[in-house]
Ligand binder design. Sequence first.
Ligand code: PGA
Length: 232
Amino acid sequence: MAPSRKFFVGGNWKMNGKKQNLGELIGTLNAAKVPADTEVVCAPPTAYIDFARQKLDPKIAVAAQNCYKVTNGDFTGEISPGMIKDCRATWVVLGHSERRHVFGESNEPIGQKVARALAEGLGVITCIGEKLDEREPGITEKVVFEQTKPVWAIGTGKTATPQQAQEVQEKLRGWLKSNVSEAVAQSTPIIYGGSVTGATCKELAGQPDVDGFLVGGASLKPKFMDIINAKQ
Ligand code: PGA
């Protein structure tokens, strides 16, 4: 991993938890040792962004799991980048596979939301990835490059092998080099998401183009602390 890229571990809590058990998880996170060269970001459900930010130690950043592309208005059910910042969260997850495949979000609106969130100063965890029925016929590259273009990996228990993750992430870095610039390719953290566990994290983290993880299920368990320390 290039020295300009910090190891990044995101915990995506998805639509899980209540104040009581999330409060316990936050207590465990606050007590955990976070390596100085690792960035840890937790994404609570929207209803708990404020709660999580108030309780989490400042060494852990908070992300929203989604947002819309305008400041305010008649958009029932949505939140804006400004609201996220008002709750002192600093990141947003956009384009997650569940947003794409359960809620039908497509590449264009995801790209617009990424642009808006970046313009408002949020860190963005932009998710791209292929489904199993796209990997099997060998169209992974086509799918992920198409998803990357307008903006510039879930829950199955099937983790990619370290070699599969490295292969796709190396190609993505190559795509950034050819389509954006060498500097952007070298400085952009490319993280892997998809059933990462305490057992699989170390070997994945050892791949040169794997700069960290977005962790779903395992981020709600004490084993998440092992994933935070995967590079140690
Ligand atoms: P998972 O979720 O670890 O439960 O597969 C991954 C993700 O949200 O990116």
